[in-house]
Design a binder for this molecule. Structure first.
Ligand code: HEC
Length: 126
């Protein structure tokens, strides 16, 4: 049998190191999604809702997203982010559907929120 070499390693040992890397960095796909929601938040939301999700506590203009029961509905949260609400800008023109869902799922699973269900494409208002 031909012996394939990857970076000077045999195929078998290259596979073994990939496997080890996967175990060390458990589930790279989930990690990159979390990173993305986090990045979208930093760029688009943090300016008002703050890095810790606590909003501006002094002026009371921007509500806290942390420990916020209003985020319990995935579809209402998705609607607010998509279409805006009073002083909350509509993100429909700045983010695509996938990015809206990522940031909604990010805020609903962070800042002390622990809602287990996720927002889906069908939650985005037409
Ligand atoms: C320009 C400031 C601003 C930015 C940027 C902003 N928001 Fe808001 N957000 C608000 C304001 C003001 C409200 C309150 C709206 C109301 O209830 O009248 C709000 C409300 C919300 C609510 C409902 C919570 C509640 O208690 O009413 C959610 C969820 C939310 N924002 C998520 C986000 C996300 C996610 C982003 C980034 C994609 C974002 N916001 C960006 C200002 C902002």
């Amino acid at each position: 049998m031909k012996n394939y070499l990857f970076n000077g390693k045999s195929f078998k040992s290259a596979c073994l190191s990939l496997l080890t890397a996967n175990i060390l960095f458990a589930s790279p796909i989930v990690a990159s999604e979390a990173q993305k929601g986090n990045e979208i938040y930093e760029i688009n939301c943090q300016g008002c809702h703050m890095a810790d999700g606590k909003g501006d506590q002094d002026m009371g203009m921007y509500p806290a997203l942390s420990n916020n029961i209003k985020l319990s509905s995935a579809s209402i949260t998705t609607q607010i982010v998509t279409n805006g609400l009073n002083g909350m800008p509509a993100f429909r023109e700045y983010l695509d559907d996938g990015e809206i869902l990522e940031v909604v799922n990010y805020v609903r699973a962070n800042f002390g929120n622990n809602f287990k269900d996720i927002a889906r494409l069908s939650d985005i208002p037409k």
